[in-house]
Design a protein around this ligand. Sequence first.
Ligand code: FAD
Length: 503
Amino acid sequence: MDNPMVKELVIVGGGTAGWMTAAALVTVLRGQVSIRVVESDEIGIVGVGEATIPMIQRFNRVLGIDENEFLRQTQGTFKLGIEFVNWGKTGDRYMHGFGKIGQDLWTVNFDQYWQKMRRSGKADELAAYSITRMAAKSNKFMPARQDVENSPVNDIAHAYHFDASLYARYLRGIAESRGVRRTEGKVTRCITSQEDGSVTHLVMENGEQIGAELFIDCSGFRGLLIEQCLQTGYEDWSHWLPCDRALAVPCAPAPALLPYTRATAHRAGWQWRIPLQHRIGNGHVYCSQYVSDDEAAATLLANLDGEALAEPRMLRFQTGMRKLAWNKNVIAIGLSGGFLEPLESTSIHLIQSAIARLITFFPRRQMNQTDVDEYNRQSRFEYERIRDFVILHYKVNQRTDADFWKMCSDMRVPETLEQKIALYRNNGRLLRIDNELFAEEAWLQVMEGQNLQPATYHPLADLLPDSETEQYLQSVKQVIANCVAAMPDHAAYIQQHCAAARS
Ligand code: FAD
């Protein structure tokens, strides 16, 4: 064939993005394509990125990863959602729990019956109808039971927290055992073809030249190939997501092992708390225009649940996305492709979906521009929809205590988000555009959790008599409460199934 499939692929970068890509491609391509990872120990990895969303289970399945072994190796824990503290108003607390809320009944979705009944005081808080939220509240965990039909336990959506460095090491082990080669060293520049400007070789610090047909740029924020070499350009979203720095610090574990991430809003940003088996990962994401580095560090350290295990480490970033994720023969995956702040733990998912997209559009040597354009269109769609969801958390706040929050509530948001907010505000309607990542339940929990009140509810919810609706809500709540009561404690589950060896 005169245009064979790409057979030589080089991945620049050995962080989460680089090793996820290497491990997935070597598995799916069955070792038929030569894959080499080039990484620099001296530069190292960003070392954060420790909370995920449930889609990662799919990634693990493709790789044939055993869940318990994976958590043992990465000091991991289970995650049922994210608790948001101080987001609507100071003192507010709600959770975005994974998975379904309630059980659909008839004609309209569960949330519409709930919206109706809460008006007459005949519905409990939204959390009572979500098994993940109720389990998280009482530190319980168990994986979904596929063998039990018509029960909420059939539908427990979970994700993981893990140690980012151990995760990269774990994936590297898998990738190398399946045939990926690793080269340690620093790339100093790249050589491009005079004909079409595509990358032909990487030049290493020791002078070695590494050639390939396709390059995956997983070099992190610097975007070594996609930006420094090809100057693809970056679309800046900091007018919508103005936080630009983070300070990260690990601390000693707390007695209770929470099965959820916590995001606590502060004066000009927010703090994450990610519970692992051996430590808690913490970080303060903030906007440097509104708070000094010293104050941000002091706030972070004053809000730890255990003794700090290191000095806070600073990371600078600009929210936005690369104008093209795929440019010539370079595909940017991970932080080189863009950055949305980690409020909803979406970066690792974006890596996973970029890999899936690359497999869908896996190229021949002469790349097809229609494929490349479609790849880029899909990447943009995914980034923009997640961007809107993250902006929602900032926009819908009623805080009066800090200029930063006032600026956020006053800001103009993208039209796509404006439309979603208007639909919900008018009729409680929730809109999921095409197959965007976050489902209606996710939008509902954040809108409701941050006190956005719909003027009314779907008129068809009135077709069911109130007494029946009330009974229906009550039964859903009761079944969930019974299921949660029978679930094991999260720490006990970890201890029994996936405790890491103590060092
Ligand atoms: P990096 O980890 O920076 O890896 C870059 C690699 O490229 C390294 O191996 C480096 O050595 C190599 N490299 C760079 N330059 C060269 C060179 N010249 N020569 C050779 N090698 C080179 N995501 C989530 O999903 N959940 C979260 O909770 C989350 N929290 C985050 C918090 C913060 C503050 C930040 C900044 C990000 C967070 N993320 C989170 C994002 C997540 O950390 C990243 O998506 C993930 O770690 C992937 O990073 P990466 O592999 O693209 O880059």
